[in-house]
Design a protein around this ligand. Structure first.
Ligand code: C2G
Length: 744
């Protein structure tokens, strides 16, 4: 047998499934799978059954820890080579096959790690997109640069052999990870056994480092196989499913130090020794000084500092001299165990760095003012800052809360709107541009903040501020902690959300379903305002016919025709860049115009994330692009039929009890790959799912029949999701938040 794949398993079965799946789909088969169960509480019999083709050998580990599990793997392996695979990572279809072709007699054949936050399907899709957008010239330049780096490295040492190249690759800094890893390489089993190389079982986090150093020291032959990609998956939910590297632990610091000491003990090789020292210095500049400066834990300035000082002291001057004068000075201070001097230099160093960053980007100067000036001034008692969809428009619940405040308590509050689209709030509220000095000022000093999405990440909640999060829809698509994969947002999304939601004093919920779902998927513990949606108050206005007429006139659309609103949502996987999503209209407007143009007009409304502009040439007098119109609630009022897909739009529109059609041409992909839903669209939504333009046309033509057909389901839906809305949600919300009144 050529290869033994050793998988230590501690927890998180879902990841393990993906890992085993990747082995099953491997194009190479001459390997054995050794699964070492380490203190496993999750039952995995079903997985063993599902992947029985892999003939997994299960070994129970009684000692615990990844180090001892891997050691057991070495002990029981039968293959010529041992390949370590963590249970939360995976290999690509051709990884093992490429690797196996490179295996001959070398002690170590080294592959390459690719870091990702995604599962295999999304990882591959992103890789494909990258390939599609690849600029060949740019790529060539990059390759040349990296070749040059290797050459420079090799030239800087007098010895010339394959070992040096292996050192280079193993020590190379990689985007997203700075650790030396045992992963992605194949180790000749006899080499490990003869040299008695094992993982240090007293270590929980950093046993890789000394292990790899010992291998590098003792191996007599190496071979590169960088095309054999190992995919290291980072956990996007460090709150509920932290990876080992994300776990908080008191012992982490000492263990890290121990790993440096052990690594040095394992080798006398001068090149390796220098490389280890550079790693230590790198840790000092990248992590240690920041902790030293900012951590509230006293250990960093006491025990940790003195301990690290001892380790730094052992680094020879020759290595220190490779660094800039300023860095050398900082290294010297810690080597002398001088805390005050170190702190002084560190403060200056980090301050300069920050200033450089700030001045490089003048646009962020307002943040400097926010932290250093505005936050230091007292909170302004009656000031309220409103923002919807990152200041993209004047709409949603904040608008209705604002208008209720202004109309019922005129002059009592100073209301400020963050708005970037030139809209003017009713009652003449003050407008500031998002991410301006004024914005930062109000963010720091307004007593009340009313937002329908999250505030900027740099926002710091003050004790006497009151934050009202209105959110922006009843959830249909899975959100935050209910989402296994986060494909659209930053990989740190869950972690950030966890922190940010602690700032919310109140969260609005539109119905009992949202109360339960939002509390769970946001892990929200603050007060839930189950008051209905302020943004839906207008749908219950007594003068809604009058209002509808005014809105139609404002939009310049025919008054004698019926109106269809098409309001789809965005797709997580179709984007140009951050927050800029693509949308290709799949609705055949031309065909609709020809068939129903005499009776209807069509309003096209893309989601606020969409940056594509719809083209309505040739559709004049029939299709109107209302994507830039501020408030979709007003559009609901003037629409006789609403067509949507997976947007929360239909939960609100149902308040009008008018017909809803679902144009769900990509439901399979959306449901399975992109998001997953909370309710069953097939059986629970208040209208038919339509997959083709012909079906949409037919449904419009037979809308009375559809209304009749879906009547019962519509009623059930209305009772479940619209039961709190009655036109007084703003009132209930304002009384609770601004006047501290509680419902009896
Ligand atoms: N919206 C709009 N026009 C569209 C789609 C949506 O104006 N074409 C507005 C509606 O007010 C809708 C809100 O944006 O309720 C949220 O849009 P969704 O399509 O539901 O998507 P998303 O922004 O991902 O929010 O809990 C709700 C979720 O957070 C969904």
């Amino acid at each position: 047998m050529l290869l033994s794949v050793v998988i230590p398993f501690y927890k998180y079965k879902n990841y393990l499934k993906e890992c085993l799946n990747s082995l099953l789909n491997s194009s190479f088969h001459d390997f054995e799978t050794i699964l070492v169960l380490d203190h496993n509480e999750e039952k995995i019999e079903d997985l063993l059954e599902e992947y029985k083709e892999l003939k997994i050998r299960v070994i129970e580990n009684r000692n615990h820890g990844v180090a001892s599990s891997r050691n057991l793997g070495i002990k029981y392996a039968n293959g010529d080579y041992v390949y370590f695979l963590d249970s939360d990572d995976y290999v690509l279809e051709d990884t093992l096959s490429i690797l196996s072709q490179a295996l001959s007699n070398e002690d170590i054949v080294y592959g390459q790690v690719n870091n990702t936050w995604n599962n295999m399907a999304n990882f591959l899709e992103k890789q494909n997109k990258k390939m599609e957008n690849l600029d060949e010239e740019e790529q060539e330049m990059k390759e040349m640069e990296s070749m040059q780096k290797i050459q420079d490295f090799l030239d800087s040492y007098p010895m010339k052999d394959t070992k040096l190249l292996a050192y280079y690759h193993m020590f190379k800094k990689k985007k997203g990870s700075n650790n030396i890893t045992v992963l992605s390489h194949a180790y000749r089993r006899q080499f490990l056994l003869e040299q008695e190389i094992r993982f240090d079982e007293t270590m929980k986090y950093y046993s890789d480092f000394p292990f790899v150093i010992e291998c590098l020291d003792k191996a007599s032959s190496f071979k590169p196989c960088l095309e054999a990609i190992y995919v290291k998956r980072r956990h996007n939910d460090p709150i509920n499913y932290p990876a080992l590297r994300q776990e908080e632990d008191e012992n982490r610091f000492y263990e890290r130090m121990k790993s440096y000491e052990r690594a040095h003990e394992k080798t006398d090789n001068p090149v390796l020794s220098v490389l280890i020292d550079r790693k230590i210095i790198n840790y000092y500049f990248r992590h240690f000084i920041r902790r030293l400066r900012r951590s509230e834990k006293p250990e960093w300035k006491n025990e940790y500092f003195h301990y690290f000082s001892k380790i730094m002291k052992q680094i020879p001057d020759k290595t220190v001299k490779e660094y800039s004068y300023e860095k050398q000075q900082m290294i010297k201070s810690i080597q002398e165990d001088n805390l005050d001097a170190t702190l002084k230099k560190v403060r200056l160093f980090l301050g300069k760095k920050k200033l450089k960053q700030m001045t490089k980007n003048k646009n962020t100067m307002y943040k400097l003012m926010y932290y250093h000036v505005y936050l230091k001034k007292p909170v302004l008692k009656n000031v309220v800052l409103f923002e919807t969809f990152n200041a993209k428009n004047y709409s949603d619940s904040p608008k209705y809360i604002y208008e209720y405040l202004e109309s019922h308590y005129p002059g009592q509050f100073e209301c400020v709107w963050a708005l970037n689209n030139g809209s003017k709030p009713k009652y003449g509220g003050k407008v500031v541009k998002r991410f301006s000095f004024e914005y930062a000022y109000y963010l720091a000093r307004a007593k009340y903040l009313v937002f329908n999405v999250r505030p900027p990440l740099w926002y710091r909640k003050r004790e006497d501020q009151i934050f009202l999060e209105t959110w922006h829809g009843t959830p249909l698509k899975r959100l935050v902690f209910d989402q296994e994969e986060v494909t659209a947002a930053s990989p740190k999304y869950k972690q950030q959300f966890y922190k940010q939601r602690k700032d919310w004093d109140y969260l609005i919920s539109a119905n009992d379903f949202s109360t339960e779902t939002l509390a769970r998927c946001f892990m929200y513990e603050g007060e839930m305002l189950a008051v209905g949606y302020p943004r839906n108050d207008i749908l219950y206005a007594e003068n809604k016919e009058e209002l509808a007429l005014e809105i139609k006139k404002k939009l310049n659309i025919p008054l004698d025709k019926k109106t269809i609103l098409y309001a789809p949502t965005w797709r997580d996987d179709e984007y140009y860049g951050k927050g800029q999503y693509k949308f290709e209209l799949q609705l055949d407007c031309k065909m609709l115009k020809e068939n129903i143009g005499d009776e209807y007009v069509l309003l096209l409304r893309t989601h606020q994330y969409i940056s594509d502009r719809l083209d309505t040439t040739g559709l004049e007098g029939f299709a109107y692009n209302v994507s830039q119109y501020d408030d979709i609630s007003e559009l609901y009022l003037i629409s006789d039929i609403c067509i949507t897909d997976y947007s929360s739009v239909f939960f609100d529109y149902a308040n009008l009890r008018r017909p809803i059609l679902f144009y769900t041409y990509d439901i399979e992909k959306y449901k399975n790959q992109l998001r997953g839903f909370y309710i069953d669209m097939m059986s629970e939504v208040p209208g038919p799912l339509l997959y083709t333009n012909e079906e949409v046309l037919e449904a419009i033509k037979n809308i009375d029949q559809i209304e009749e057909e879906y009547k019962e389901r519509y009623d059930q839906f209305y009772n479940r999701f619209c039961h709190l809305d009655d036109g007084n949600a703003s009132k209930r919300c304002v009384e609770r938040v601004f006047f501290n009144k509680k419902d009896e």
